[in-house]
Design a protein around this ligand. Structure first.
Ligand SMILES: *Cc1c(COP(=O)(O)O)cnc(C)c1O
Length: 416
């Protein structure tokens, strides 16, 4: 738990400003999402320090967490916004971002939705030749960014074969000549190039290889204003896990980028669009233990929540560290942590925790990204409340749902 602000040396489970888990659960109930904004700032400044240039633009990828307060906070730090749907664009505008601070990177959306983005005036990133052509027919004067899929295979490192997993994204780097034909025919203005390989930037060399490929083709686009290198920044999930070495990446990257700009003859802006790196570690999920259930082989801790509120462990096997926030002392035992949903919803197997009793509160780490934003009403459960900790004060930033939320859009047939 060294990376967490939750655990303090004297054994209390506290947030910034000495706010305790108990205090929050008493006031707002559980399950509860808590975001410590100080941690977001810390992550943000790691990036700006590592790249240390006026030309850097950080666009927060808001699908990780779209609470409007998270967006407003990142805006106050100087961030722009990376969005993947027109609704995210609209939330961003509502949060006060200027349209020019927003990049809209959709995949497989309708031309109608692209038209809405045009009328809102945001930067648009196109990732399909057919869409590029249709867009050129309708909006030839609208400046665009083009998403390239560099197909990096990381020198035989198959863990990072994002050419495969990302295959529906981007225009293949081998189709660049076709991009040029369309752009020329419609007299379009390509001001940005983009890649988001989803690769694990633990392997800095692989990331740089992708960047090199993108820079190589960038020479063929004469009117660029920025190059967007996407994200893939890694955060640790447990003690001993590595994270992206931002300083090393920054220095190795800037060397290449400066060399490119000198050859290109113009200083371009550098864009990164981290989601997880900025908000994952700020977030905790607090959940009440309903039952302890001892079977012949296992001790289950059954929680008052499930995959409806936190689906990442079940969806793609993600790891979230869990501590018993109600007990700092006493024996440690092994637990399998499960939810109340009527499918198997296991949060963690054989987790070592201070002896858990019914009524204790468990705290999950790394719950600021892709947790609330992936939550649902499955089993007709209410989605939890969200709390922000800002300058040592806690604020309710989303109310817990109620029955009205579950029924509000349902229409009853009169004859039934
Ligand atoms: C999801 C996404 C990101 C953010 O990825 P993280 O792993 O959360 O940093 C960035 N860019 C695009 C286009 C995305 O779809």
């Amino acid at each position: 738990m060294s990376q967490s602000s939750l655990y303090t040396a004297n054994g209390d489970y506290n947030f910034t400003g000495d706010i305790t888990v108990n205090e929050l659960v008493q006031k707002y109930g559980a399950p509860l999402y808590v975001y410590d904004f100080a941690r977001i700032e810390k992550q943000y400044s790691k990036i700006t320090k590592a790249f240390n240039t006026e030309r850097l633009r950080v666009n927060y990828a808001c699908k990780a967490n779209t609470n409007i307060n998270v967006l407003k906070y990142l805006k106050s730090l100087g961030s722009g916004l990376d969005t993947v749907s027109i609704q995210e664009v609209q939330i961003g505008l509502k949060a006060g971002f200027d349209p020019q601070q927003i990049l809209y990177t959709p995949n497989c959306v309708s031309m109608e939705e692209l038209g809405q983005a045009v009328s809102l005036g945001v930067n648009i990133n196109l990732d399909n030749l057919s869409v590029l052509e249709q867009f050129g027919d309708l909006y030839p004067d609208y400046p665009i960014c083009v998403r390239i899929n560099p197909h990096i295979m990381g020198g035989g490192n198959h863990k990072i074969s994002t050419g495969h997993i990302d295959s529906k994204f981007g225009i293949s780097i081998h189709q660049v000549p076709h991009i040029h034909r369309i752009v020329k025919a419609h007299n379009m203005n390509v001001v940005g190039l983009h890649m988001h390989t989803g690769s694990d930037i633990l392997d800095i060399e692989t990331f740089l290889l992708g960047a090199d490929l993108l820079l190589e083709i960038a020479h063929q686009f004469k009117d660029l204003e920025y190059i967007d290198f996407g994200s893939g920044f890694k955060v640790p999930y447990k003690e001993g896990d590595a994270s992206t070495d931002m300083e090393l990446l920054g220095s190795k990257f800037m060397e290449r980028f400066d060399k490119f700009c000198a050859e290109y003859g113009k200083d371009l802006d550098i864009v990164f669009e981290p989601g997880k790196y900025l908000v994952s570690e700020s977030g905790y999920f607090l959940a009440n233990v309903n039952v302890i259930k001892q079977t012949t082989s296992t001790v289950f801790a059954g929680l008052d929540t499930g995959l409806n509120h936190l689906i990442r462990p079940m969806l793609y096997g993600s790891y979230h560290e869990v501590v018993n926030a109600s007990r700092a002392e006493g024996p440690t035992r092994l637990y399998t942590i499960v939810g109340y949903i009527c499918e198997t919803d296991t949060f963690g197997v054989n987790r070592r925790m201070k002896e858990v009793r019914e009524g204790d509160i468990l705290a999950f780490s790394n719950c600021g990204a892709y947790c609330f934003s992936m939550s649902s009403n499955y089993n007709s459960r209410y989605r939890p409340a969200e709390v922000a900790i800002l300058d040592g004060q806690h604020h309710l930033i989303r109310e817990r749902e109620d029955m009205q939320d579950l029924l509000s859009k349902q229409i009853e047939i009169p004859s039934l």
